[in-house]
Ligand binder design. Structure first.
Ligand code: 2AM
Length: 189
């Protein structure tokens, strides 16, 4: 292995990725909100809900990272995106759920615990896991929190490991691995 290959790193995180229908709907909301609140709308193809942010890891450790996440055993679940909110500290306008299902933090916690056991650091910030979909960055202060109408139904059947690379037009994301969530025997989540 060359010295360059031995030291190469990847910036990665785990996320729930929306269906193409929800990504388009959220992208449209982001553009609409940008028209009134300013800021940079997230491109539909990059909208996601982060479960665990890892940051830079050695590429050589990606198989171990994938192996750790593959040991997560959580059920598929559904939830509803019904809220638009704003965080003044980072000037982010985001969409989320007013009533997150218990499976959502449970999945983030199960993943975090598997990753920590495999010696990967998970950056949870100061406030722990706060499920959100960033729609606008650097938008204006004073944006009211709103109900989202119509709400978006989301069926979470898998989570993904994503590699982030900075490019001229913003971050580019590539799914490195998909991890199916468990379906019950009756086929319902
Ligand atoms: P954000 O949308 O609130 O910025 C990829 O950067 C994803 O990981 C984004 O969804 C981002 O959240 C999230 N993330 C969590 N912690 C992060 C950190 N310390 N640095 C960058 N992104 C982080």
């Amino acid at each position: 292995m060359s010295a360059e290959a031995a030291t190469a790193t990847a910036r990665v995180f785990f996320a729930l990725w929306p269906s193409s229908v929800n990504a388009e709907a959220l992208g449209e909301i982001a553009r609409r909100e940008a028209a009134s609140a300013g800021g940079k709308p997230t491109r539909p193809e990059t909208i996601h809900l982060t479960l665990a942010f890892i940051g830079d890891v050695a590429e050589a450790r990606l198989p171990a990272l994938i192996n750790a996440a593959a040991g997560v055993s959580c059920s598929a679940f559904s939830f509803v995106i019904d809220q638009l909110a704003y965080w003044p500290h980072n000037r982010i306008r985001w969409a989320g759920c007013s009533q997150p299902p218990p499976e959502l933090p449970a999945l983030a916690e199960a993943l975090r615990s598997r990753l920590l056991a495999a010696d990967f650091a998970v950056d949870r910030g100061k406030s722990g896991f706060l499920p959100h979909l960033t729609l606008l960055r650097k938008c204006r202060e004073g944006v009211a929190d709103l109900g989202l109408s119509p709400p978006l139904a989301w069926q979470a059947d898998e989570f993904v490991l994503v590699r982030s690379q900075l490019a001229a037009g913003g971050s580019q994301y590539r799914v490195l691995q998909r991890f199916p969530l468990l379906r019950d025997e009756g086929g319902k989540s």
